[in-house]
Write a protein that binds this ligand. Sequence first.
Ligand SMILES: Cc1ncc(COP(=O)(O)O)c(C=O)c1O
Length: 382
Amino acid sequence: MLDLVAEHAPYRGELLAAFERVLDSGRFVLGPEVEAFERDIAAWIGVPHAIGVSNGSDALLLALQAVGVGPGDEVICPTYTFFATAGAVARLGGKPVFVDSAECCYNLRADQVAAKIGPRTKAIIAVHLFGQCADMDPILTAAKKHGIPVIEDAAQALGAKDKGRQAGTMGTLATFSFFPTKNLGTLGEGGLVTTADPDLAEKVRKLRVHGAKQKYFHELIGGNFRLHEIQAAFLRVKLNHLNSALKKRQQNASTLIESLREKWNAVMSLGACVCQGQGEANNGKPGTVFLPFSCHSGLGEHTWNQFVVRVLGPGQRDALRERLNATGIQTEVYYPRAMHEQECFGVVKEAFPVATRLSQETLAFPGLNRTELLQKLEESLV
Ligand SMILES: Cc1ncc(COP(=O)(O)O)c(C=O)c1O
């Protein structure tokens, strides 16, 4: 799906120099590289506090723990997301309360969040899926009205914006992943928590090291959620190139959308944002392919961590996947089962019709060079 060797080739010299710097320093965990990276990324995002952590899953756990989520607490989140979003709630003994997805951007239905807020709601997680921000205003308004913190799960959306506001600056806290497939990836694992609140930042920093500010004096029950120096050093190298890498991704996505629209007859765009209402997509003709839709935020605000199309109708996505596979185009399904249908969360009786259909109909294209991908697509789809 993604050629990570090719991706790193232009920075090879810089990455090797970073490796040597850390090797020669003798400092390998939470040292000057992590501190420098935290400063740099906080400035890049435009947020007062950034805390480097072990990975994006632990970042979610830390953010939820920082706002006091514990056994019996409810946390509202989308059902159509990566497991870690809901998993982090359950790891703390909380209960994920699911919301259906919008048919335009596949993010959580912002208008359904307010209706789910109840006496046990402790937090809301808004996931910015595939590199595009969720529609934050209705979510922030509902949360403010009830005094509930919002956590942005921005694992896939570093650099994405919602009406000019950067992912990671809108919620009470936000979390990021630096898994190698992300727009800014380590050569291993890494994550980040951001916040404007100095007290929450301090709490996350403590929780990252077993709840102790002073070594061996534990004020909170935390864990080992530390970021490694070597990963921070690599991230600093790649952060210097992030603006141009994101621009290239956006250009590639526009080219791909235009070309597919022109050359592949079946492809059409949904054409309208339905983040706050019902769309028509579920009634479309089987086999119709929807291009990814850059929703309320405009092309420049989507960071295209994944390029995801939707193929309407039972079995149609899998049939297309097989056809593409036969011509050497690898694709991936994010995600074949929504969270409300996962065995580990028990039986959830409520239906989430859009999320269920998305899990049967979406297909992510590989992160190939777009010219190469287009060529292969044309060959495979005539
Ligand atoms: C939406 C979302 N949340 C959380 C995570 C977890 O991040 P990590 O893999 O770094 O633990 C991911 C990773 O893919 C993700 O996509």
